[in-house]
Design a protein around this ligand. Structure first.
Ligand code: GDP
Ligand code: MN
Length: 381
């Protein structure tokens, strides 16, 4: 879940991080009021869940409240990266001495959080990485230790800061880390973190993405932000009740497999043969006949499905059990969508025999199975 800049800044402030004074406005009149309260030149910023608003014209300055109303009106009419602007943030315009970058994200290769800082903020971290990679300072966080104050100070020194600035800036990194821990953050970024001409550091922008899989731990936040809880359709709900991993896609071939890796590989094989998957359904380990039958039923609740590809790697899961589940679905439940079955491993022969007796075709390689199911879908479409 992505947070709007103003929502992220509320959290930043709760953790004691300085941000420019200001507030949200949903109409030009409100923007004028906010600017009056600030009583200084302001910056008016589109609140949309996308970056690079500045380049798109979504960040504008105003010297007077009247002007703030005018630019707010312009920004509220914009669409940025195809998203409508429903609110603006009006904040005191800072006198910039330096724009700094501070962020924390997950490095999946290292399997660690990585804290990133740069004295050359303002531009995106991707651009910075391409243009001035030597200006990017990184520290991986040891999971059991967390990000330590001395590491934050080392980072700011490496970024070129001296004297009192070292600990002032370090505290931003430490606060970001606290927020990361508190909210299961996937990515947070302050860009720019502004050093003003009078020597103050403030978070002028704020990005905060929370891991969707951890949202159940942050119900209070979702409620406070008045976000819709992540809606599940009936199929997703049933799959999660059964403990099956289920994802819907745009194609028409349901892939039912055991193991996430095999399911991914099966989607790829379908794509490679010119087909499009409708469903990622991972039955999990040790699926018995009943579970296979349920998986087929859930997959078929999705109207886009025209054919099913079942790809099973028998280990703890026994192919004869899988075959029984398939036969039960076809014979007893009368399910007649085209199905292609591929199974290898434990009790493969027994499984094959059960399918043969029921007249259900069976293929032994993933390649053949993928190309067959794509062919079948072409026939029925
Ligand atoms: P983004 O483009 O979506 O990342 O939006 P930002 O909030 O980062 O704003 C873009 C740029 O506008 C910043 O990099 C700054 O150069 C400028 N900017 C934002 N706030 C201020 C401010 O208070 N004072 C000044 N002078 N410039 C600002
Ligand atoms: Mn920014």
């Amino acid at each position: 879940m992505k947070l709007f800049e103003h929502e992220a800044k509320d959290i930043f402030r709760n953790f004691g991080m300085p941000t420019p004074p200001g507030g949200v406005a949903r109409t030009p009149e409100e923007a004028k009021k906010r600017a009056e309260e600030i009583g200084k030149p302001v910056v008016v910023k589109a609140q949309v869940l996308t970056g690079k608003r500045g380049k798109a014209g979504g960040v504008k300055f105003a010297d007077t409240p009247e002007e703030a109303a005018k630019v707010a009106e312009q920004i509220l009419m914009m669409r940025i990266n195809d998203l409508p602007v429903e609110a603006v943030l009006v904040e005191e315009k800072l006198d910039i001495a330096q724009e700094i970058y501070a962020g924390i994200t997950i490095d999946r290769n290292e399997r660690k959080y990585v804290v990133i800082g740069s004295s050359a903020g303002g531009m995106s971290i991707e651009e910075l990485a391409a243009e001035q990679p030597e200006k990017i300072i990184k520290r991986y966080v040891e999971p059991f230790l967390g990000f330590q104050p001395f590491e934050a100070r080392e980072m700011t020194i490496a970024m070129g800061f001296k004297g009192k600035d070292i600990s002032k800036l370090a505290s931003f990194f430490l606060k970001l880390w606290k927020i990361v821990e508190a909210y299961d953050v996937e990515l947070t970024e302050i860009n720019p973190l502004i050093l003003t001409k009078d020597g103050r550091f403030l978070a002028a922008d704020a990005r905060l993405n929370i891991d969707d899989n951890a949202l159940y731990r942050h119900k209070d936040l979702i409620e406070k932000l008045k976000r819709e809880p992540v809606e599940q359709n009936e199929r997703e709900r049933r799959a999660s009740e059964e403990g099956m991993a289920y994802v819907e896609l745009d194609g028409d071939i349901a892939c039912i497999c055991n193991g996430a890796g095999l399911t991914m590989a099966t989607l790829d094989a379908v794509a490679l043969h010119g087909g499009r998957a409708s469903t990622f359904l991972d039955l999990g380990g040790g699926a018995d006949a009943e579970r296979v039958e349920k998986g087929i039923e859930i997959a078929l609740m999705y109207p886009k499905v025209k054919a099913i590809l079942i790809n099973i790697m028998g280990g703890i899961t026994r192919c004869d059990e899988v075959a029984k589940g398939i036969v039960a679905a076809r014979k007893e439940k009368g399910i007649d969508v085209p199905m292609v079955i591929r199974m290898v491993g434990t009790n493969e022969e027994e499984g094959q025999k059960i399918l043969n007796e029921a007249g259900i075709p069976f293929l032994s390689t993933m390649e053949e199975a993928a190309s067959k199911v794509v062919e079948l879908v072409k026939e029925v479409s």
